[in-house]
Design a protein around this ligand. Structure first.
Ligand code: 5GP
Length: 208
């Protein structure tokens, strides 16, 4: 598979990470209802590290001139992608922790995030020790749906006076609107695959 994608890359500029991702979504992804895409075989349960390496390289290519010095994500599924990506930026990863407690300490920045997959609201927290003024942050996450998680992380950065250079998303469900809203607000959002629609009957249809 990788060889045939490499050969097609020689003929025309096609991003290996994007082509691999789309192929994996179509062959290994499972649509549950109309809203949830399960990609447990390569991203959310078992992790295909070689594939994530290509994802990390592509995020580096997209944000190579942004002087990123910190990658921010949210536990749990963003952590693996963020760590592999961080190697290409030679910078640390900070992940926001989900806190059950409503009693938030003054030593953290926090934001309320409505969970897309589990319902309910999580408070996500980042220690003031690990994010601050002067940081140039790339936010990484596995999925972008309504944009709640991303908005929460942007809010945490604003509290810390850290600059967000943009977001790197593996799979954006474009029809759920979060990406467009965030782009309209001025945030740079780069998604490797954008899904225009999906259902158990039709499967996944990509936006481009
Ligand atoms: P948002 O906050 O943008 O509405 O949703 C993004 C978050 O919800 C991501 O961090 C991701 O963990 C989760 N998520 C949203 N949609 C999906 C989906 O279709 N599949 C999986 N596995 N996770 C999703």
């Amino acid at each position: 598979m990788i060889t045939s994608i490499l050969l097609s890359n020689i003929c025309s500029w096609v991003c290996l990470a994007v082509e691999l991702l789309k192929h994996k979504i179509l062959t290994e992804g499972r649509v549950c209802g109309s809203d949830v895409l399960k990609v447990d075989s390569f991203l959310n349960h078992r992790i295909d590290v070689r594939f994530l390496n290509e994802v990390g390289k592509e995020f580096r290519r997209l944000y190579c001139d942004c002087d990123v010095n910190k990658i921010l994500t949210v536990e749990a599924s963003g952590i693996g992608i963020a760590c592999i990506t961080a190697q290409f930026f030679d910078c640390p990863v900070v992940f926001a922790k989900k806190s059950a407690s409503r009693n938030i300490s003054t030593s953290v920045y926090s934001a309320e995030v409505e969970s897309f997959t589990h319902g309910g609201v999580n408070t996500v927290v980042v220690s003031k020790e690990h994010l601050g003024e002067g940081d140039r942050v790339l936010i990484i996450d596995d999925f972008l749906a309504r944009g709640e998680a991303l908005r929460g992380l942007v809010s945490v950065c604003a509290q810390a006076k850290a600059e967000v250079v943009g977001a790197g998303i593996v799979i954006e469900k474009a029809y759920q609107g979060g990406g467009d809203d965030l782009r309209a607000s001025g945030l740079r959002v780069e998604s490797l695959a954008r899904i225009a629609s999906m259902s158990e009957e039709t499967g996944v249809v990509f936006a481009d």
